[in-house]
Every structure is written in C-alpha cells, then in structure tokens.
Design a protein around this ligand. Structure first.
Ligand code: PEP
Ligand code: MG
Length: 539
C-alpha cells in the first residue's frame, strides 16, 4: 500500500515497523493472573508505589530549589493523589476480582479516573485529568521499566511510527541507526522536525491514522525526499527501493573529504560553517563533517528527557563532556529555550491560548531565576577551561538581555571567573530584529534564528502543518529583515543559525547580505562548505 504525505527530513529508509505509543494507552494484556500468584503480583504494585513516592519527594525538593514553591506544590498534590489511589482499593479489586495483571489493573483504574475528570464541566477539574495521566505514566514506568525504555532500547534498522513526535522523543532516541520515522502529523519547522534532520533520520509526516493502520513488525519503506511510504511492499517495489537505498548510502559516505578544511570563497573570504546541536550524540558527526565549532547548542536536550531540572554540577559534567570532545573549537551554548512546542513536563506551565506568543525562552528564564542560575554558573565554570559562548534565546526587549547579562556577570564574579566568556542574543523576533541597535549595547555577538523569525514575521506557527504555505523563510520580506539586522549590527559578529542557513540555493544571497558565519545541522556541513567554495562574494 502506497501512501503520500509530507517530507520532513530527506533520505531513504526501510525496516520493520515499531509503533511508539503512550505507556498509559498500551493494549491491555489478556492473560489473567493465577489466584495463588496474587501476593507476589501485589508486591510489585507496592514496590512501584514506594519508588514513585520517593521520586515525587525528590521532585518536590529539587523543584522547590530551582523553579519555586508553586510548581513544587503540584508534585506534593501528586504525592497525595498517589496515596489515594492505593488506599481506594480499586487496583487491588481489579487484580483480585478481575485477576488483571498489575500493569493492566493500573491502566484500567487510571484511565477510568482520567475519563471521569475529562467529562466534567469545570475546566480546572478537566485539567486535573492531565495530572492523573502524568502520575499514571510515572507509576507504570516503575512497574514496567522495560516499556519506559521503549525509545532507548530499540533494535537497529527499524521504522518508528508515531502519532505525535515531541522534541523529547527525538532526543531520547538511541545513537544507532533508526531507519526512518513516520509521524501522523508534524509541522515542517517544529523543533522535533529540526532534531530529526540534525540526527539525519529520514522522516515523513501527514499520515492520519497510520499508527493504527500499520501492524507491529510489518515492513515499511520510507521516502523522505517526496514524503511517501509503502507498507508491506511487493517484491518488485522492494528490490527497486533497495537499489535506491544503496545509492543513497554511498553518496552520504562520499560527501565528506575536503570538508574538514576551512571554507573560503573563490575570492578568499572565510565563511565559518558551524554545527547546530540539539542531540549531543551528534558531536562526532559534526566533527567528522568538518564543523568549525558549535554555533548553537540547544541545552534543552539536557532537560527534555528528564523528570527534573539538572543541577549546576550535573550540567557542568554534561557540558564538560561535550566541550572536551571539540578539540578547542568554540561551543556556543544557548540557555534553556522552552515553552511553545517544547513543553517541559516539570515546569507545569499553565495552558496558554497562544503558546508561541506566550512564555518562552528568555521570558521563562526571567520568571524562574532558579532555573537560569545553575546554567549560568555551570557555563561560567566551563568557560575557564574551554572556549564557550553564551546565548540568550527568544529575546524581545533590550531589558531581556541586559537583565540576564547582569545576573551572569554576578555569577561569574561569584565563581571567581575574571573574564566572562562572550555573551550573545538570539535575534528571532521581529522586535529584536528591529531593535538590534539597542540590544547590541549589551552583547558581544548575535545569532539570527530564522525559524522563529519566520514564524513571527509571517504569523504562521512553525509546528502547524496547516499554515506551512505561509512559513516562507526565503521570502524577500525576511531577507529585508536580515539586511537590517546585519547592517545595524555593525562590527558585532553575527551568525545565522536557522534552517535557512543550510539552504544551498540561498547561500549566495546570504553571503551577499553579509553573513560570514552559518550554523547548520551536521549532515549539511560538507555540501554547504563545498557551495561556499564555489562562490564569489566580490568583497
Ligand atoms: C531559530 O528559531 O531559528 C533557532 C535557531 O532556534 P530554534 O529552532 O531552536 O527555536
Ligand atoms: Mg528559535
């Protein structure tokens, strides 16, 4: 069966399908537990509850410290809910009377409560359903630890089928080869889409109902160039696809070569080609492909798969490992940029009518200084050993950067760092683009994020497939904004780091505007360097 959708990340892949689902909504087991086996199965429930309780207590402690009492209270409420679930006796009844196994009993009871709350009129009661679901998932992960590893314990060469793909899912994927990803619905410029491109995983989207349609283990062919899939191919289609796949894999190998050398245009202008990193296992790929440094390290990857925000020491350890592998090349770390399409479970942000226009990036950092300080302190300490640069995400106002820089300098002084590392601002809102002269007073460099700049300029959500047509990052309106940014930046270094930076067809225009540093996903680097070498800027 051939189905057509949208191409998200180019490339070809084939393999057996694995449907990745929600642990809470997995199919119920039909096997009943033996009457004499009840006690040992019940013991598993008690252990899972005890572990969940312990984890919640740790969440309360750490969140109180980093995010504040309001969020910590949410987990206190989860602790109480957990006790109520145990004392209500419902799980016990399902196991004893219906002889359900522990996982099935927990799913049934939690799903019943979620449905009850969802059916209520009161909106705050309806929102309680999400808390119950969250708690249910946490409990199940302790009960069935192997299932929770679904994303990290996958066989090589499989095709993953998702209903919805979140950035945290991509970050959690294993380092070894995932043949391809098929998603029911995903926006072209969503963070999850950027991350799969960065990980070089052929990905397609726009296949409503595919999660139900494909059977586990069924073979799927994925064409990430045209956005097509073939489920259970006939032998002729399969053979033809295999031949294309062989060719695709050999071109990937050939792309490297000269890419490790710096890229100069024909008339001798150096253009730095750096890597965007959103999933840290890509450092090897970035270096192998000749990255001149890391132009954008999305620190979210150290948070997205965590139940709790990392501490200063944990951040330092993780960043140290990354900087240490870069052979002295610069590492530009962007402070946490969450909100919008990157929800952070532990933050429990109240639902917003327009998440893309609400609490994101610098706004959240300023609202939660406890979340920002461990990052700043870890980076200040890291800068004593490695060439680090710090970047503030989603800046709108001059005050955003001024305030965060003040906090950073105080942190540097407190950590005994005499020369603070370079401090920069992301220019990714029209207000920041037009406000460069004011913002420039507080920073040492700028980094232009065209993904967000496009979404806000064209009023077209980057993660909304319905408005893909309006999301035009090569439009002359955006080029005019880029010209203004570069002209107003004067001598301040400016890197371009949105997806636009890697579009080879646009390289002449971008160099013409004056960009001399481009930061792109690691698989794009060799071809982009080759493109730079074929151009003249006429400087
Ligand atoms: C951008 O907005 O262009 C950018 C590079 O940041 P992110 O994609 O992580 O929002
Ligand atoms: Mg952005």
């Amino acid at each position: 069966m051939i189905l057509s959708g949208t191409a998200i990340s180019s490339g070809l892949g084939m393999g057996p399908a694995i449907r990745v689902g929600d642990i809470l909504h997995q199919a119920e087991s039909r096997e009943l537990i033996a009457v004499e086996g009840f006690d040992s199965e019940w013991k598993r429930i008690e252990v899972a509850f005890a572990n969940t309780r312990q984890e919640l207590a740790e969440s309360v402690r750490r969140l109180e410290e980093q995010v504040g009492p309001r969020v910590a209270d949410i987990f206190r409420a989860h602790e109480m809910m957990l006790d109520n679930f145990l004392s209500s006796g419902e799980i016990r009844t399902e196991m004893k009377e219906a002889r359900l196994d522990p996982g099935t009993a927990v799913r049934r009871v939690f799903r019943r409560w979620i449905d009850n709350f969802r059916s209520l009129k009161d909106i705050s009661m309806r929102q309680r359903a999400d808390d119950i679901a969250d708690l249910g998932r946490r409990l199940l992960r302790h009960l069935e630890p192997r299932d929770s590893d679904r994303l990290t314990d996958l066989p090589a060469g499989c095709v993953l089928i998702f209903k919805r793909l979140l950035p945290s899912d991509v970050v959690a994927l294993p380092n070894h080869d995932i043949a391809a990803i098929v998603v029911e619905s995903l926006g072209q410029a969503s963070h999850a889409a950027l991350l799969v491109r960065e990980k070089n995983i052929p990905t397609v989207a726009g296949f409503a109902g595919v999660h139900e349609r494909v059977r586990e283990g069924e073979e799927v062919l994925v064409d990430g160039y045209i956005g097509e899939i073939v489920i259970a191919p006939d032998p002729a289609t399969r053979t033809e696809f295999e031949a294309r796949l062989d060719q695709y894999q050999s071109t990937q190998m050939r792309c490297r070569g000269a890419c490790r050398e710096p890229a100069h245009t024909l008339d001798g202008t150096l253009v730095k080609v750096e890597a965007n990193l959103g999933a840290n296992d890509n450092i090897e790929l970035a270096l192998e492909n000749g990255a001149d440094g890391v132009g954008l390290f999305r620190i979210e990857q150290l948070y997205l798969t965590q139940e709790l925000p990392p501490t200063e020491d944990e951040l330092l350890t993780a960043l140290d490992r990354i900087a240490g592998r870069l052979d002295g090349k610069p590492l530009t770390v962007r402070l946490l940029d969450v909100g919008g399409d990157k929800p952070m479970p532990f933050l429990h942000l109240p639902p917003e009518a327009n998440p893309g226009l609400g609490m994101r990036g610098a706004r959240i950092l300023l609202e939660h200084p406890g979340l920002m300080r461990p990052q700043l302190a870890a980076l200040a300490r890291l800068s004593e050993r490695y060439p680090v640069r710090i970047l503030v995400p989603m800046v709108t106002l001059e005050e955003d950067v001024r305030t965060i820089r003040e906090v950073f300098e105080t942190m540097c002084a407190a950590c005994g760092v005499k020369t603070p590392p370079p401090f920069g601002a992301m220019i990714e809102t029209p207000a920041a683009a037009l406000g460069v002269p004011a913002i420039a007073k507080h920073v040492d460099f700028l980094c232009v994020g065209t993904n967000d700049l496009t979404q806000y300029t064209f009023a077209a959500g980057r993660d909304d497939p319905a408005v893909n047509r309006y999301f035009q990052d090569t439009h002359h309106a955006l080029m005019r904004l880029l010209e203004i940014i570069v002209a107003d930046a004067g001598d301040l270094p400016v890197t371009l780091c949105g997806e636009l930076a890697g579009r080879e067809a646009m390289t002449p225009q971008l160099l013409g505007i004056g960009f001399r540093a481009l930061s792109v996903s690691p698989p794009t680097i060799p071809a982009l360097k080759a493109r730079v070498r074929s151009l003249r800027v006429g400087a």
